[in-house]
Design a protein around this ligand. Structure first.
Ligand code: FAD
Length: 372
């Protein structure tokens, strides 16, 4: 006698959110299937990995969501590391935001969370910083994860070790529903073969491409180009978050320089000389000597952005379809809380008042007032 297998929860998109939600659901004992078009295109591989709710100047519900996620990250990462045997290089490196004047510094919306640095202290925290900057804020609680080399690989391995079925080369082309109740999805494989997969529960996390499947969702791509240079080990400890460019030093001396924020590039592929020159000028304005360091990699990715630059989390207008997208420039920071909240909804676990309130703030109906 064959025992019927439970129908898996379908994860639509296997980038950062898809992998972390799948992993959390598998930890809860759910059967999970990820359907992903192309892993290399995920913004999860492109990001700088900053965990910067304070330095980025997040405010209101987004700051609260970011802070909540930041508190959960150490345990989240420990689980992923334990289940993948891959270290994710989570470091509370602190982020320095430099300013040319005290007036500018005092306008930062999160300066209450920072230590103020004068020029002498700034030179100590960031050796070699340009003389342009007379003062700074140091956000000691902010930090980083090495997403590009470690976290994404670790999440994938942790998912596989938990029995998550990951299918690559599958494009989701349609959501199938009857009377707004999910019935399944339509997919196309690399040879163009169309196949319907039945399912009563699915999570839409196709990043910047999410509205190609669910056109009523106001998601658009914001392209970001970046590059890396190799410095000596421990040459910099702090992340530097400049007004144009940021500099993220990893522990082995690799330094990530990012990133452009191109709202009108759409899904335009490739690197452009203008963006590279702009990044290089930004690096020079922060760390003049670093422009002579050997360059390692250049890459780009697409941030999933919404009109208010905040994520879309929770239920949709289709019963059985949940949304986890639109994380824009803070997806790495928000992955821990996103996976926990979405998993609680799917597993019908109770939410505490703060979680319920936050889900209300990030519901998609803030863009089109429909009945929930
Ligand atoms: C340059 C850059 C720098 C960033 N820096 C930071 C940072 O420092 N800190 C931070 O917190 N965040 C940062 N981010 C943001 C973060 O990377 C994103 O918010 C996050 O990766 C979004 O995750 P996601 O899973 O929604 O999308 P993605 O990671 O992009 O994954 C989407 C997945 O969906 C798949 N997909 C798309 N369409 C389909 C389809 N029709 N069928 C099947 N699969 C499909 C894609 O193949 C992809 O694998 C940065 C992003 C960029 C681009």
């Amino acid at each position: 006698m064959t025992i019927p297998q439970p129908e898996p929860v379908l994860i639509l998109g296997g980038g950062l959110m898809g992998l972390t939600i799948a992993h959390q659901l598998a930890r809860e004992g759910k059967s999970v299937q990820i359907l992903n078009r192309r892993k290399e295109e995920a913004a999860g591989w492109a990001a700088a990995g900053m965990l910067a709710p304070h330095a980025e100047g997040l405010q209101g519900p987004l700051l609260r969501l970011g802070q909540l996620s930041q508190r959960k990250i150490p345990i989240w990462i420990k689980q992923i590391e334990a289940e993948s045997s891959i270290k994710c290089e989570l470091i509370k490196s602190g982020i320095v935001v430099p300013f040319s004047s005290e007036i500018e510094r005092d306008k930062h919306p999160n300066n209450a969370f920072a230590k103020t640095l004068n020029r002498t202290e700034l030179e100590k925290e960031v050796p070699g910083i340009s003389r342009t900057w007379g003062t700074a804020l140091l956000f000691k609680e902010d930090g980083q994860i090495d997403n590009r080399r470690q976290l994404m690989r670790a999440l994938r391995k942790a998912c596989i070790n938990r029995g998550v079925n990951i299918q690559e080369g599958i494009t989701i082309t349609n959501i199938i529903h009857e009377n707004n109740i999910l019935q399944g999805i339509q997919t196309k494989n690399l040879s163009g073969k169309i196949k319907n997969i039945s399912g009563k529960k699915a999570v839409l996390c196709c990043g910047a491409w999410s509205n190609k499947i669910f056109p009523r969702m106001p998601i658009f791509p914001v392209k970001g180009q970046m590059f890396s240079i190799q410095g000596p080990k421990f040459s910099q400890k702090r992340i530097i978050f400049g007004p144009k460019t940021y500099v993220v030093p990893r522990q082995d001396g690799l330094i990530i320089i990012g990133a452009t924020s191109e709202k009108y590039a759409g899904f335009e592929q490739g690197l452009t000389p203008n963006s590279y020159n702009w990044l290089l000028a930004g690096l020079e304005s922060l760390l003049p000597n670093a422009i002579h360091l050997p360059q390692m990699e250049h890459w780009w990715g697409y941030r999933p952005c919404t009109p208010d630059e905040m994520p879309i989390l929770g239920t949709s207008s289709i019963e059985g379809l949940w949304l986890a997208t639109g994380h824009h420039r803070n997806g790495i920071l928000l992955a821990a809380i996103t996976s926990e909240l979405i998993s609680k909804l799917i597993c019908e676990q109770s939410l505490n008042p703060e979680e319920a309130q936050l889900l209300g703030e990030f519901h998609w109906n803030r863009f089109q007032p429909i009945k929930r």
